[in-house]
Ligand binder design. Structure first.
Ligand code: 4AZ
Length: 246
């Protein structure tokens, strides 16, 4: 996160760290992406974060990637589902959405606590210009390697036509994407934040409105972050969650 602040304990209880096992090691896992807990056994992430060949685990309820915190829960990924039409082109990433099914018993995987909670799915599109929140352990203006403490920042939803102007992303956007950030630059998601949440306030709760997907570098003028538009994929998400492993 560029231009972010440290997240206080329990403030973003749906944030997870998606980690893959180091080659040749039985114990060590490395953070690769963010994700969002949307159900006890389901994490929403980006398709480009999914590596079916590697063991994946999810850590939730914590803020640090370096320390073991007593509030943390670590769960293995039983199944990783990338969108069937996920495609990367030279200028864009299409259908960059995926789901992780967690290991558990009788439909209980993550245990809800003050530090671990599900985010709600959105029901409608939200208006341009509203303030939403992004978070993650990704690269910062100080470090390409990311932050060991979870960071957050506020971004604005940017009009789709405005973001499709030639000086911004031209024709690279499709209806499954939206832009959020600050066109003057400075505040943005970055590498390592991918897959993580963009949430917005709706009534009295927060909804998971976007998944960190791509952008032309980070924090640059006229190059805001591009997010997978969760409302575009509600039927896809619901179909997968209703019928696990089919
Ligand atoms: C990345 O490389 C990446 N500024 C993620 C987010 C953004 C750019 C790049 C948005 O994963």
């Amino acid at each position: 996160i560029f231009g972010g602040l440290k997240v206080p304990p329990g403030a973003i209880p749906w944030q997870v760290s998606l980690q893959i096992r180091h080659k040749g090691s039985t114990q060590a896992y490395r953070h690769i992406c963010g994700g969002t807990l949307i159900d006890s056994c389901w994490v929403l992430t980006a398709a480009h974060c999914i590596d079916k060949k590697k063991d994946m685990q999810v850590v939730m309820g914590g803020l640090s990637l370096d320390l073991d915190e007593p509030t943390m829960q670590t769960l293995q990924v039983e199944e990783a589902i990338a969108h069937e039409n996920y495609r990367e082109t030279a200028v864009s990433v299409h259908n960059d959405i995926g789901l992780l099914r967690l290991e558990g018993n009788d439909g209980v995987c993550a245990n809800e606590s003050q530090f671990v909670k599900r985010a709600c799915l959105p029901d409608v599109q939200l208006p341009d210009g509203i303030e939403c929140t992004i978070s993650g352990w990704g690269a910062t203006e100080q470090s390409d390697f990311g932050s060991s403490h979870l960071l957050e920042a506020n971004v604005l939803l940017i009009n789709q036509e405005k973001c499709s102007e030639p000086k911004v992303y031209g024709g690279a956007l499709d209806g499954g994407m939206f832009c959020a950030g600050h066109l003057q630059g400075g505040v943005d998601s970055c590498q390592g934040d991918s897959g993580g949440p963009l949430t917005c306030e709706r009534d009295t709760s927060r909804v998971i409105y976007g998944v960190v997907s791509w952008g032309d570098q980070c924090g640059k003028k006229n190059k805001p972050g591009v997010y997978t538009r969760v409302t575009h994929y509600l039927n896809w998400i619901k179909s997968k969650i209703r019928a696990p492993s089919s």
